[in-house]
Structures are given as structure tokens and as C-alpha cells.
Design a protein around this ligand. Structure first.
Ligand SMILES: [Zn+2]
Length: 643
């Protein structure tokens, strides 16, 4: 902490000042805070599991330990990987180079996607139809670009230009590494950048993408094809292993009509270069060190990271990202205690109780809408720790000697697994995060809140800590995920997860007015020089924090400690509650990473998450005796009360 600072002036520094001064971002990272410390702890736990599994030569063939160990051992065999250079992608490059016309181009797009090699031109996945949530449907989305956001292509300020140059250098380097003469490689970089810029210009912004109605366009396959005469979707989908589906969802139809035009207005030779690039960039992290280093140099320009993350860490993350539910089985055996699940279920049920009280007490919502909100609240499904039914990756071939092929096999397996869901009942046991993940999520179409084992540890959760610490930490995280069901986007889904309005017009108007005030509060937060928080992009997360922390406080006040005044280490229970919240969000971030976060991340920076919710809560003012004249002071009538 930094007790020389007044909490009402700068609560962030008051709660975490000394820690922030003493914990700069390590050279291999782009940010450093509570989340990263726990992630570091977890990745080391994962490394230990992987090393053990890889060293266990007596593990039974086909067992979880054998498959996980083989994957990691192959990934760590840098001598073998070095020797191969770019041999693993030579066949792809050779085949792609033969593409001569639009038909060949589209065939190749389908082939690369189904083999897990690359995802060029557009996005595609299979998911629940959000207006008919018991049905899985093919969904097409805007895509085809490489830089983290359309803005990076379309803006020309100094920061964007620097990143564009780094991106072109990256393209040039990878092409020269496969033997392309320097001048041609440079020309390729211009070609690819200009083509991707056209795709970027056809994309919607991230703020527009938050609108679940605008991005819901159900089309028959025939009508989709009519809107894009250069693409026969029926035949393309068949090549993508999707047959027997006559309707699709398209998030941005305009993107696809633009793409349709580009298919013929851009020379096929340029598209050919673009496809080669897609093979190259998707494979670079799994090839020899020259490719990996070029990839790092590019990401450095984006994030500011000083030195490359060590190989063991990258490969541990890759194992988690690729066969996470195999690794997860070993992880929870060692690092998840059944008592934690019991305690979590109790916390969740207390948070739901608190939320119910808060909904009943809302002064801005009618009884009709309250009834619907409560029905939704009671329909939430919580998931804690790890899946009841593990994904076993049956049929996925993992070989201790062939790292690259393992990654490809996993990509292909994942693709097949995804399309195999079509025509089947929705599998509600599925998880969207792996067990070691230090995070949590809400799914509107499932109406579920999910907490992987990874986050159920200090500083979020500690069975031995007092309630103030747990309610200000994991309690607020639980409240945050519940609140996503009631944020600007999630609140448009009903208790069954269906995108369907359940609000009266007046209630919705009042909700939006309050949300707008919250948006303006965050818009005013500056991050560096001219960069400020995007209140619209971060609105859902900020509603999550405000609703979540308020509900967590309400639930905390029902505990014995919450009702007492007993001090611990000189702090009252309420002070400890808010300090726990603040210390979860403390951290340092590199300026480059901060700039990227503002453009791409719907979460506000930790510094502003620390204060954004408390300044709207009377309890915080009372706990720290915050008075008019203090820098963070908001008059009672200006404090925003949403949930
Ligand atoms: Zn969130």
C-alpha cells in the first residue's frame, strides 16, 4: 500500500502503491499484476506436470499422461525442430502457389481451414443459433486480417505507422526465409498489407460488433450465395465438410459482399501471395528459430515486450491451448481440492441471493421487468473447477517425434469436432476455458457462469482468508460474471439464452440512460498521452464490475465479519473488502501493451477497474471517509446505481 496517499484522492495508489513501485514488468512479459502472478504460478505448476509426464517412459500408450507427455516432449525438442527449418510447410506452399483462378482460390481456403493449417479470408465456426438456442448452426464472420484490429490498417498516426512498418518487415522476413528474393518479398509485403487493408475497411468496429441484433443475420445458403455471386456457398461449405445445412448466420453481410468484389478485382496472383502468407504466419511459431524470432520481433512492436518468453513457457501454453482437457485432467488431480468446489458453490449461492435482493430493491425498474430479471437470475448454471465430462480427443494422433504434425493434427481434430456438432443436440457440458486458466466467463446463449480451477486461488480465493478478502476477490468475480447476464449486451438475452427482448420500453430506456452515464465516466479516463478508455467498448465489462462489486458487498454484509467492526491489521471489514478488490487489479503495463489494450480489449485497464465501481458505491465513501473536495468524490446524486 501507500498510506501517504489519501484513498479519496487516489485509491489505486493508496491500495497498491508500494507493490506497483517494487514490481516492474519483467522483461519476458508485457504486464505484471495479480493475474500475472497467479498465471506464473500456474504455468510453473503446468510445467512440472508436463516434465513429469514427458519423462515417464513407462506411461501406458494411449493414456492421458502418455499423450500429454509426448506432445510436450516433441514441442521441446528444439534440435529436431531446428533441423527441419520450414520443411513442414513446403508441400502447402507448393500447392498454394499453383492456384490460378477464383475457384482454385476458394478450394484452397476450404482445404487450409479443414486441415488446421490457416483461416484465410473470413471467420467460420459452429455455434448455437442465438434466436433458437437448441440448434447448432454454421456461422460466418468478418476476418482475413492479421493486425489486432481494423484500426491498425486504417489509421495513420505515428504509433500506427510504426506498427504497420513492423508488420511489413515481418512479412518480408518470412518470405526471404523461404528463399524469396528480397525485392519480391518487399513487394509481397505491400501486396498483402494493401489487400488486408481492404478487408479491414469492410469490417465493422469492435463497438458495432457488440450489438447482438446487428450481427444476427440469418440467411438461406441460396440467398447468401446470391449476395456474393463469386462464391457458391453450398459447394464451398461442402468442401469445408459442412453438408445438409440450408441456413447460416452471418455477422456482417457487407463484409462478404465486399469480399465478393475483391475476389475478382484483386488479381489472383495477389490472392495467391496472400494465401502463402496465411500458411507462413500460421506456422511460424512452430518452425525453426528464425521463424519464431521474426514472429517475436513483430509482436514486440505491438506489445513492447523486451525478451522472448522462454520456450518451456510458450510450449506449456501451447499444450494447454491445444489439448487443454487432457492436460487439465492431470492439473486438477494435483491442484484442485473438492473443498474448494464446496466453498465456491456456497459463495455463488450467496451472490445469487444478494443479487436477488438488489433486483427487488431497484428503484428504476418496474415489477414486470423485475420478474423476468429474477427468472433469468434463477436460471443461471454455475460451473466450477473443471468439466464433468472430459473431452478425450479420441482419434487425435500425437507422436513424440513430430511436433509440427501434432499441432496440425490437433487443428484438424478441433475443426472436425466443431463441425460434428451440427445436427446434434447442444452439448451443455462443454467448457470454453481449460482448467488451469486464470479467468472466468459468462455465456449468454448458455446462461452459464464458469470458473476454471486456475482462478480459484490466492489472491482471488483463499479458504484460509477472512470473508472480506474472498468477497472482495472471487466474490466480486462471481458477481461480475452474473452481471454480464445483465450488461448492455447480455441483458438482451432471456433466461433460456435466447436473444429476445424481455424489457418494457420504459425500463430499457432508464437502463440505457444509466449505462450512458457509466460510459461517460470511463471515457474520461486517460491511459497515455491522447489515448483514453473507450467507454462504449468497455461498457459491458464496467457494468460487470459495478454490478458485481455491489452484489459482492451485499453478500459480504450477510456474513458474520460483514456485520462486525472487528479490525484486522488496522483495517475495518469494509476497508478490507475494498482493498481486496483493489489489490486484485493492481499491476504495471508497458505503454505499447496499454495502447493495444485500449483498441482491442473490452476490459478497462486495472487502474480504472480499481476505482470505476467503488466511486459509485456509498459504502466505499463511508469505509474510507471520502469527502467533497477529494479527487475521486462524486456527489451522491451522481453515483450510478445499475444493479
Ligand atoms: Zn467480464
Amino acid at each position: 500500500m501507500d498510506l501517504t496517499v489519501k484513498p479519496g484522492d487516489d485509491f489505486y495508489t493508496y491500495a497498491s502503491g508500494a507493490w506497483i513501485r517494487n514490481n516492474p514488468v519483467p522483461a519476458k512479459e508485457t504486464r505484471w499484476g495479480s493475474f500475472n502472478l497467479l498465471r506464473e504460478f500456474n504455468i510453473n505448476a503446468v510445467k512440472e506436470i508436463l516434465n513429469e509426464a514427458a519423462a515417464n517412459t513407462s506411461a501406458k500408450p494411449g493414456s492421458v499422461e502418455k499423450r500429454v507427455g509426448d506432445f510436450y516432449a516433441a514441442a521441446m525438442d528444439s534440435a529436431a525442430i531446428e533441423k527441419l527449418g520450414y520443411t513442414p510447410i513446403k508441400a502447402d506452399l507448393k500447392r498454394v502457389k499453383k492456384v490460378k483462378d477464383v475457384k482454385g482460390l476458394l478450394n484452397e481456403v476450404a482445404y487450409l481451414r479443414t486441415t488446421g493449417a490457416a483461416s484465410p479470408m473470413f471467420g467460420f465456426y459452429v455455434g448455437q443459433d442465438r434466436k433458437d438456442v437448441n440448434t447448432m448452426i454454421p456461422q460466418f464472420s468478418q476476418g482475413g486480417t492479421t493486425l489486432p484490429d481494423r484500426d491498425y490498417y486504417l489509421k495513420d498516426d505515428a504509433r500506427s505507422q510504426k506498427i504497420q512498418e513492423a508488420y511489413k518487415t515481418y512479412i518480408t522476413t518470412l518470405f526471404t526465409l523461404i528463399g524469396t528474393p528480397e525485392a519480391t518479398a518487399q513487394k509481397n509485403a505491400e501486396t498483402i498489407f494493401n489487400l488486408e487493408k481492404k478487408l479491414a475497411a469492410a469490417q465493422m468496429s469492435r463497438v458495432e460488433m457488440r450489438d447482438p441484433y446487428k450481427t444476427y443475420n440469418k440467411l438461406s445458403v441460396a440467398d447468401f450465395s446470391k449476395s456474393t455471386p463469386n462464391v457458391d456457398w453450398k459447394s464451398l461449405m461442402a468442401k469445408m465438410k459442412v453438408t445438409g445445412e440450408d441456413t447460416v448466420l452471418v455477422n456482417n453481410p457487407k463484409f462478404f459482399t465486399e469480399l465478393n468484389g475483391l475476389l475478382t478485382s484483386v488479381p489472383t496472383a495477389d490472392w495467391n501471395t496472400y494465401l502463402q502468407w496465411n500458411v507462413l504466419k500460421s506456422s511460424a511459431p512452430y518452425l525453426s528459430s528464425k521463424f519464431v524470432d521474426a514472429n517475436f520481433a513483430y509482436s514486440q512492436a505491438l506489445s513492447g515486450q523486451k525478451v522472448q518468453t522462454p520456450r518451456w513457457q510458450r510450449m506449456s501454453q501451447l499444450t494447454d491451448g491445444t489439448i487443454g482437457e487432457l492436460l487439465g485432467q492431470l492439473y486438477v488431480q494435483k491442484h484442485f481440492k473438492p473443498e474448494a468446489k464446496e466453498r465456491m458453490n456456497e459463495l455463488i449461492s450467496n451472490l445469487i441471493k444478494a443479487y436477488e435482493i438488489r433486483i427487488n430493491n431497484l428503484d428504476w425498474m418496474s415489477a414486470t421487468t423485475k420478474e423476468k430479471a429474477l427468472a433469468k437470475l434463477h436460471a443461471f448454471t454455475p460451473k466450477v473447477g473443471y468439466p464433468d465430462k472430459w473431452k478425450n480427443y479420441d482419434g487425435l494422433e500425437i507422436n513424440r517425434k513430430t511436433f509440427f504434425q501434432n499441432v496440425r493434427n490437433a487443428g484438424q481434430w478441433g475443426y472436425n469436432d466443431m463441425v460434428s456438432q451440427l445436427g446434434k443436440p447442444v452439448d451443455r457440458s462443454k467448457w470454453g476455458m481449460t482448467p488451469p486458466t486464470v479467468n472466468a466467463y459468462y455465456s449468454p446463449v448458455m446462461n452459464e457462469i464458469v470458473f476454471p480451477a486456475g482462478i480459484l486461488q490466492f489472491p482471488f480465493f483463499d479458504p484460509n482468508a477472512d470473508d472480506a478478502v474472498n468477497y472482495g476477490g472471487i466474490g466480486a468475480v462471481i458477481g461480475h460474471e452474473i452481471s454480464h447476464g445483465f450488461d448492455d449486451s447480455g441483458s438482451q438475452y432471456d433466461k433460456d439464452g435466447t436473444l429476445r427482448n424481455w424489457w418494457t420500453e420504459e425500463d430499457r430506456a432508464r437502463f440505457e440512460e444509466k449505462a450512458k452515464a457509466l460510459q461517460e465516466q470511463y471515457d474520461a479516463y486517460t491511459v497515455l498521452d491522447t489515448v483514453h478508455v473507450n467507454g462504449k467498448l468497455t461498457l459491458g465489462e464496467n457494468i460487470g464490475d459495478l454490478g458485481g462489486l455491489s452484489a459482492a458487498y451485499e453478500a459480504f454484509k450477510m456474513t458474520k465479519q460483514g456485520q462486525s467492526n472487528e479490525m484486522i491489521d488496522g483495517f475495518t471489514p469494509d476497508q478490507r473488502f475494498f482493498l481486496s478488490w483493489a489489490q486484485v487489479w493492481r499491476g504495471n503495463i508497458l505503454p505499447e501493451a496499454a495502447a493495444q489494450q485500449i483498441v482491442t480489449d473490452p476490459h478497462s485497464p486495472g487502474q480504472y477497474r480499481t476505482i470505476g465501481a467503488p466511486v459509485n458505491m456509498d459504502a466505499w465513501y463511508e469505509a474510507f471517509n471520502v469527502k467533497p473536495g477529494d479527487k475521486l468524490y462524486k456527489a451522491p446524486e451522481d453515483r450510478i446505481r445499475l444493479w
